[in-house]
Design a protein around this ligand. Sequence first.
Ligand SMILES: Nc1ncnc2c1ncn2[C@@H]1O[C@H](COP(=O)(O)OP(=O)(O)OP(=O)(O)O)[C@@H](O)[C@H]1O
Ligand SMILES: [Mg+2]
Ligand SMILES: [Zn+2]
Length: 290
Amino acid sequence: MARADCPTCGGSGWKVVERTTAGAQALSTDKPGSAAQGEPKLVWAVPCDCTAGDRTERLLAKARVPDRYRHCDFDNFETDNEIESVPRAQQEAWNRSLAQAKLVVERFAAEFPVGSEHGLLLMGPCGAGKTHLAVAALKGIVLRGHSGLFYDYRELLKEIQDSYNAESQATEMSVLEPVLKAEILVLDDLGSSKPSLWALETVGHILNTRYNEKRVTLLTTNYLDAEAAGNPASVPSPRVAGMRAPSIEDSLTGRGGKRIRSRLYEMCRTVLITAPDYRKEIRNISRSRA
Ligand SMILES: Nc1ncnc2c1ncn2[C@@H]1O[C@H](COP(=O)(O)OP(=O)(O)OP(=O)(O)O)[C@@H](O)[C@H]1O
Ligand SMILES: [Mg+2]
Ligand SMILES: [Zn+2]
């Protein structure tokens, strides 16, 4: 919605701009460098800046970003957290891991679509900020005009499964097509349920198709690769509850699972976040300080 008292558009939500070969300029500006007299001009209406908030909301809704993650940005991703009673060296290591992950994901989003990465796989324990960073990247990319889609892994499988139901309005293709075609897909919480053979085949098909068509996929998972799972130093201490660290090798087993794993490693740069559960540990502190 336009702002009723907007001085630029008077509440209509549209402003008129003119374009010469030099690009678009607002008609009302009389500054040097605005369209020269006598030069052919194109005049047309574009959405006023006061509607930008709507545009963001619209684009996030279209990309299916859940409400609870819409606030997620790089700017509000904190990398200087402090938990009382945690040794300083440990705290600093967690913060370095957060800062490093933020750097990689932010650069990935800024370079999209020309970056070298076909995908990113964000790994780490519950509440470490994986979905936050994935949404921040997706937001930046769709706001620049690219098509993007957010899907929780379980939700996606459920929608596809529901589409087989005779009474369903959706067809398998109507669910799958946008997932296969979006310029960027965020697949959140991969492996969050025990995968059936069908689930593995479906995910394998999605990843393969996107990879073959050179589309970019950003995945998050609680599972760790073998190296990280086998290295106790890489995951937060036992006092940080709610984490499970089985390896991706143990969870994506069988023929279908193996194929997905090798595809994931081939197409993705992996980013391991080692930090405690922000929801539990950090929020509590800010509440108790307030
Ligand atoms: N470093 C951070 N700075 C600010 N907010 C954070 C940070 N890390 C996490 N959060 C917030 O904490 C909540 C949990 O983070 P998020 O959902 O991204 O974790 P996750 O790693 O995806 O966890 P899960 O494995 O449970 O899906 C979110 O609301 C997120 O915005
Ligand atoms: Mg998550
Ligand atoms: Zn306006």
